[in-house]
Unconditional design. Structure first.
Length: 112
């Protein structure tokens, strides 16, 4: 079982901000911005590389949960960044698909 599945199952503690039958969102343990939330599907998909057309609705829901959390956390007006890291060059360290919601500061571009 992946680390994030254990968080979704409440087997490892985390600050969970949202959960439903398909999606869980929790605060990143090592935040890279004043607001940094990880949004995952309960389904253990390894990465963006492993998505299929059957996952289209699920991925849409991840983005809509990010949008809702941005509003709830008060960063929708100031702005935010949504990131899927994929594979070694993308900086992915946990092999369970996840969407980063980052906000509360100005984000640089290009990313490091
Ligand atoms: P990535 O590098 O895109 O795979 O992102 C993985 C993220 O998970 C990193 O930002 C980590 O800080 C975060 N993370 C790792 N372990 C935990 C944990 N136990 N609780 C919350 N976030 C975690």
């Amino acid at each position: 079982m992946t680390l994030f599945e254990k968080i979704a199952n409440h087997e490892i503690p985390a600050t969970i901000l949202y959960e439903d039958a398909e999606i869980v969102a929790f605060r990143d343990i090592n935040p890279q911005a004043p607001t940094h939330v990880i949004i995952i599907p309960r389904k253990p998909i390894t990465s963006v590389n492993d998505l299929t057309p059957n996952d289209a609705e699920l991925i849409g829901k991840l983005v809509l949960v990010a949008r809702k959390l941005a509003i709830d956390l008060g960063i929708n007006e100031s702005g935010y960044r949504l990131v899927f890291n994929c594979g070694p060059d993308g900086g992915q360290t946990v092999d369970h698909l996840h969407l980063h919601l980052l906000g509360g500061r100005v984000m640089g571009w290009p990313p490091g």
